[in-house]
Write a protein that binds this ligand. Structure first.
Ligand code: ARG
Length: 466
């Protein structure tokens, strides 16, 4: 180290500096508390980079081997949790390079030939997101299987279907649960597409302009599991679309979980009493001994905010940011890591909660028999049997509903003579038409709620998820 740089703690870029960095500057500048999570990706990237440098005869074999030996020691330390991260060395890249210098001495200086932290960080970050995306896809699949089992076990159980959270038409419980399996499938597709799109390697773009060293970017790209090197070095160091893709897929998936969590909260409430969440996923109240609270579902409902928040934070960071690299981009990782941690937890908790959920079948069926729930069936029947216009039928049924309301009973409790006063054509068939079981049984349109259709969809999903 020169005299000058000895004033500055930074071994990597301290050459032109003659005084120490302010402590508060170190606080805002350092990212090691966050980006230490990319240690393994950083080492993997460096190992491949130096092998390429040696292969292209840019660095001597002896130095390359020395660097590899040193990096392996560091890798081992990281795995064993023995590596000590120091904020004086700013970020994960410089922490590892400093440690390499401690282990192998000045040969460590050759590692940064033909690269910059700008291409290094984005390569590490892409690899981290790639691994985490795969992990989330597995967790979504696990949830799909659990939801599918619940749907299968209750495929024909009747329940009220809602619009505006007002009782609308009877549906089957299996049908309702399968709606979430469909959502999860789209989530998986979004993550899969995002993973595919991110898989181009930025390494070798150096600071922004590429390098004059005769590097082989296809060598590094292939060995790091990318499909190809990115073809514009300025784009490569500035692009964070892949992080937006990840956050947006995460936000949508978390939104689905939040919607279902809200349904669980409603279903577990006294007014509904459709389900019981197991003890292992419920909490009690410190003051009201009778309470059993659906905290897990409520927290899933809330945690989505963290993820959509991260997505909008990154949009805000990127908006108006000129090409190429600016330090603003360092703020991207905290957002992505936080989103991943939250979504991963939400998926684990949802899966655990669903696996132990108790479905109160009798209560669902009782609620499905709620007053007037099959009014639409009667209107449809009048249309198909007597060729009435739908408006005319709708009007007739509306009148019947008023009549039943006045008599404080359901449509099915009206005498045939009462029906006939409103429309003399109505015959005894009306009672079958008004039955809730009949209502779901006849909804055999593709994707409809009839038990036979639901069973078909369950079969298809089972095959797909095997
Ligand atoms: N820690 C930095 C980041 O996360 C690494 C890149 C630093 N590059 C630079 N030119 N200062 O973005």
């Amino acid at each position: 180290m020169s005299d000058k740089s000895s004033h500055n703690t930074n071994l990597m870029w301290g050459g032109r500096f003659s005084s120490q960095q302010d402590n508060i500057m170190e606080t805002i500048n350092s990212s090691i508390e966050i980006d230490h999570r990319m240690a393994m990706q950083d080492i993997e990237g460096s190992l491949v980079h130096v092998k390429m440098l040696q292969f292209k005869k840019i660095i001597p074999t002896k130095i390359c081997n020395n660097i590899i030996k040193g990096l392996k020691v560091i890798q081992d330390d990281v795995i064993k949790g023995k590596f000590i991260y120091d904020r004086k060395f700013e970020d994960i890249h410089m922490n590892i390079e400093k440690k390499l210098h401690d282990i192998i001495g000045d040969d460590a200086g050759y590692i940064h030939t033909a690269r910059s932290r700008n291409d290094q960080v984005v390569t590490d970050f892409k690899m981290w997101i790639r691994d985490s995306t795969q992990d989330l896809i597995s967790k979504i699949t696990k949830n799909m299987k659990t939801f599918l089992d619940t749907a299968d076990a209750n495929f024909n159980i009747l329940m009220p279907g809602y619009t505006h959270l007002q009782t609308a038409q009877p549906v089957t419980f299996g049908h309702h649960i399968l709606a979430y399996v469909e959502m999860f499938e789209r989530d998986k597709e979004r993550f899969t597409e995002a993973k595919k799109r991110l898989n181009e390697c930025p390494l070798g773009s150096a600071a922004l302009a590429g390098t004059s060293f005769p590097i082989d970017r296809f060598f590094t790209s292939e060995r790091l599991g990318f499909d190809k090197p990115m073809s514009n070095s300025i784009d490569a160091v500035s692009d964070r679309d892949f992080a937006l893709d990840f956050l947006s897929a995460s936000a949508i998936c978390a939104t689905h979980l939040s919607r279902f969590a809200e349904e669980l909260v409603i279903w577990a409430s006294d007014g509904f009493d459709f389900i019981e969440i197991s003890d292992s996923f419920s909490t009690g109240s410190s003051i009201m001994p009778q309470k059993r609270n659906p905290d897990a579902a409520e927290l899933i409902r809330a945690k989505v905010a963290n993820i959509t928040g991260s997505l909008f934070s990154l949009f805000t960071i990127l908006k108006g940011l000129p090409l190429a690299y600016s330090k603003d981009l360092q703020e991207d990782k905290e957002l992505v890591f936080r989103a991943y941690d939250n979504l991963s937890l939400m998926l684990d908790v949802m899966n655990g909660m669903m696996a132990g959920i108790i479905i109160k079948k009798d209560n669902l069926i009782r609620a499905a028999a709620s007053r007037f729930i099959t009014s639409t069936d009667l209107a449809d029947y009048l249309v198909s049997k007597y060729n009435y216009s739908f408006r005319k039928s709708h009007h007739i049924v509306g009148k019947l509903v008023i009549k039943a309301e006045n008599l404080d009973c359901d449509l099915k409790d009206l005498k045939l003579s009462e029906f006939r006063k409103i429309d003399p054509n109505i015959d005894e068939n009306v009672y079958k038409i008004l039955s809730i079981q009949n209502s779901v049984n006849i909804r055999t349109s593709y994707g409809g709620t009839s038990p036979s259709e639901v069973k078909k969809r369950i079969k298809e999903w089972k095959k797909k998820l095997k």
